[in-house]
Design a protein around this ligand. Structure first.
Ligand SMILES: *[C@@H]1O[C@H](CO)[C@@H](O)[C@H](O)[C@H]1NC(C)=O
Ligand SMILES: *[C@@H]1O[C@H](CO)[C@@H](O)[C@H](O)[C@H]1NC(C)=O
Ligand SMILES: *[C@@H]1O[C@H](CO)[C@@H](O)[C@H](O)[C@H]1NC(C)=O
Ligand SMILES: *[C@@H]1O[C@H](CO)[C@@H](O)[C@H](O)[C@H]1NC(C)=O
Length: 430
């Protein structure tokens, strides 16, 4: 029980080992640990040409350093999974391969964070092959992925499918179009596999008005954009038989920055309490509540900034803070005046863009929000990790390190005598 007590007290990763100046350690319950490592591992898997994907085993070190851009650095251990790189599954869907044959690895990565998205700056993974049957160079290269020209006509139907799939399966208000193909590889199997990296961009066609993308939907210069990796299997009959893609969406540039001040038809700032804003705010919060997957309605708390611009209609650009109320979506069909903000509820910082054409009764609201970091204690069981103490023997000295072990896939191939019971606070009494 003593060990467990220590374990519960030390909730931080790797105490002060060669700590970088100003870097702050992250603990397993910090949700950025999983988000960042997930981003890094997905990138590593996406770049593998053949073989199996790797699955997260545990994170042994995580630090964060604030600056102009927040920098994160992690050390994490991975194990070979049982699903292939081409399977289109994400690593969370794979199980560990049998212990003996599985390759293992340790990755060191640094990431930046912008607009709430992580991007991998550097990553090095050292992989130790498993004891399985050795693969020869030839085995590995039969049916390797080969680069193909990015303007290849074979890619057209695949990319069309990819963009359609994206548009069918995202909640975004607008349709997206292909912007650019960044790389393309194909592999001859029974049929053909394609691996394509491409970017997409928001167009001026809203989903409400257009069931699918048309020729006259043009990319918005300030639109949201995404970076996608897609895997496609085209069978011998030339039909798309398997498809998966993952896209990272980035919010577009802010209208405020793009348009010059003091010009006719340019956005003009309006007082945040202007009655003129009332309708646009109503549309904004309705849109937010419709697209935000949350049990409770949000209401507008504070309007921080607003502009209007006369085009063929009026565009309102509004920045506001929305807060969670005590009205659940289950109990009410809409937000009403008697819904009060919750004392410890979630807050969102939102940017809305509301296009109104009153004579046609047309309103196109676009809202995007980011959670304001509030230190609300999270419900137990939130973290995908559990804290474990790991013995590390290096140059004859043994130390105990804290590490965050991924709880998702632990059915096979545990290294070492990890405890079988989850050593979590809720299950331990001493
Ligand atoms: C991986 O292993 C799990 C559990 O043994 C199994 O359910 C799953 O189908 C396997 N996946 C693949 C792609 O073989
Ligand atoms: C997208 O949805 C349309 C309409 O429901 C459908 O015809 C089309 O096949 C879908 N495309 C993809 C790639 O899912
Ligand atoms: C999108 O922009 C194009 C070019 O300006 C225009 O022809 C088209 O009508 C616009 N579509 C919508 C839905 O606004
Ligand atoms: C929300 O709180 C207010 C003030 O306490 C109360 O009047 C109202 O009935 C509550 N609404 C719900 C749905 O609980």
């Amino acid at each position: 029980m003593k060990l467990i007590t220590i374990l519960l007290l030390c909730s931080r990763l790797l105490p002060s080992l060669a700590q970088e100046e100003g870097a702050q350690e992250l603990n397993c319950n910090d949700e950025t640990v999983f988000q960042a490592v997930d981003t890094a591992l997905k990138k590593y898997n996406a770049e593998l040409e053949s073989g199996n994907q790797f699955v997260l085993y545990r994170v042994t070190k995580g630090t964060k350093k604030d600056g102009a851009e927040t920098l994160y650095s992690f050390k994490y251990q991975i194990k070979e999974g049982n699903c292939s790189v081409q399977s289109g599954l994400t690593w969370q869907d794979c199980d560990f391969k049998d212990a003996e044959e599985a390759a293992t690895g340790e990755c060191t990565t640094t990431l930046g964070k912008k607009e709430n998205k992580f991007s991998v700056a550097t990553q090095i993974c050292n992989i130790t092959p498993g004891k399985g049957p050795k693969k020869t160079e030839e085995d590995l290269c039969v049916g390797c992925f080969q680069p193909i020209p990015m303007d290849s006509s074979d890619l057209k139907p695949v990319l069309k499918h990819a963009v359609e799939h994206f548009n069918n399966n995202t909640k975004h208000t607008h349709l997206f179009a292909l912007r650019e193909v960044k790389s393309a590889h194909s592999q001859v199997v029974a049929g053909m596999n394609y691996k394509i990296i491409y970017s997409i961009v928001q167009t001026n066609c809203s989903k409400e008005d257009f069931p699918s993308l048309r020729e006259d939907c043009v990319p918005l210069p300030y639109g949201d954009h995404g970076e996608c990796t897609g895997h496609t299997h085209v069978d011998i009959h030339n039909t798309i038989a398997g498809f998966s893609q993952s896209c990272d969406l980035y919010p577009g540039d802010d209208l405020f920055e793009l348009l010059p001040k003091n010009c006719r038809g340019c956005p003009r700032e309006i007082p945040v309490d202007s009655p003129e804003l009332k309708e646009a705010l109503g549309h904004s919060i309705a849109q937010l509540n419709a697209q935000h997957n949350h049990i409770f309605y949000f209401k507008i708390d504070t309007v921080k900034k607003a502009t209007s611009q006369v085009v063929a209609g009026v565009i309102y650009v509004i920045e506001f803070i929305a807060r969670e109320t005590n009205c659940s979506k289950q109990s009410k069909t809409e937000l009403t005046a008697d819904c009060e903000t919750k004392h410890l509820g979630q807050s969102l910082n939102c940017n809305a863009n509301v296009y109104m054409r009153p004579w046609e009764n047309k309103v196109v609201p676009t809202v995007r929000c980011q959670a304001l970091d509030m230190m609300i204690s999270r419900p137990p069981g939130f973290s995908p990790f559990r804290l474990v103490r790991v013995q590390e023997t290096k140059e004859g000295t043994t130390r105990l390190l804290n590490s965050c072990e991924y709880k998702g896939r632990l059915s096979k191939a545990r290294a070492g005598p990890a405890p079988d019971h989850q050593a979590e606070a809720s299950t331990v009494t001493s």
